[in-house]
Design a protein around this ligand. Sequence first.
Ligand code: DC
Length: 219
Amino acid sequence: MNIAIDGPAGAGKSTVAKLVAKKMNMIYVDTGALYRAIALYLIEHQINADDESAVGAALDDIGIVMVHEADGQHIILNDADVTGNIRTEAVGNMASKTSAYSCVREKLLSLQQNIALEQDVVMDGRDIGTTVLPKAEVKIFLTASVEVRAKRRFDELTAKGEPCDFEKIAADIKIRDEQDRTRTLSPLVQAKDAYLLDSSALTIDEVVAKIISRAEGAA
Ligand code: DC
């Protein structure tokens, strides 16, 4: 069985998907990490995100491998484990921009599909239910208001001791929503057969329970 969870940044996809995977003994796959790995490479090599052909040329030099270990998913970028390095706002913003390019999406499509062929996965992203796994048995579109998502991100960063500004986070979320929703290729849209789940007023456990009950119904 494959479970696809799509939705905007900060809706709680990864927290929820990890828990669902654990409870259902499935592998959790965070596809945003792949886009982030490419973005990290582009930042480190000072490649201009607006220059699509430069981004396309750089892709030939980027090797990404996703491995699943006891402590979760690891991303290997050209032999270096970058799992921790891809979690910055700068990398996220770069990933949002460069994920609009077809060359980037094509590079990552078969990689994601092959992972889901080999095992039962809970995969989260933006286009999993629509493009990557259109035949997934369970599709969830997880969303939450901008304010709730910004507050969650703010609390997360503050807990890590990273200085941050609520208004700036909310503004960045709006920009990323707009970029993810309006891009021509694989935009962030709810698949026709996806279940819309608004987590604004739900606890994590409530969201997890709703997804598991749908998965059990589909099994
Ligand atoms: O989920 P995230 O914030 O780690 O994702 C980073 C960016 O990658 C996001 O702004 C859009 C892009 N992305 C995508 O286009 N398709 C996916 N399946 C996952 C992420």
